[in-house]
Design a protein around this ligand. Sequence first.
Ligand code: SF4
Ligand code: SF4
Length: 162
Amino acid sequence: MKTFFNTIGNLFRKPVTTKYPFEPTFKPDDYRGLIGFEESLCIWCRRCEAVCPPGAIVFSQDMEGKQTYHFNRAVCIYCGECVRACPREGALFQTAEPAPCALKAENINNGWNKLFDEAIESRERYAAEKKKKAAEKAAADKAAAEAKKTMEGDEGMNPGNN
Ligand code: SF4
Ligand code: SF4
């Protein structure tokens, strides 16, 4: 009898399901959607990249030292760790926008793995070049200091040359 009344009662209740995709589904206030990036506020510390569990953020670097942010929405697990780790408010933020589906044509996994490796390599190249230039400068400074010292020594031995 109870089942009978439940069944009759359900005929007059609102459905608990939604007509997705024709109607948007319920989104809580703290819904974690796509990660947004505001380049003008970024200080390029790469903390977001370091804390990202699946590696959905990576920065590449050109030979002038300029960094570029890359984000993969299909790798992201929308945990918000990057936003919490970012020291610059507004540089990274979580939007309420759901991530669009990844399409096969985007080659989103293999393409991302390649981009990720290349980004790391670009930084290594830049760091190696920077180190090389610093070593060259240190050697040049040392040579100049030694030449100056030698010249001062020569002048000290021949004061009449002035
Ligand atoms: S939300 Fe999580 S998974 Fe997505 S980019 Fe940020 S740290 Fe990585
Ligand atoms: S943590 Fe914030 S400031 Fe640092 S690189 Fe990422 S977005 Fe930029």
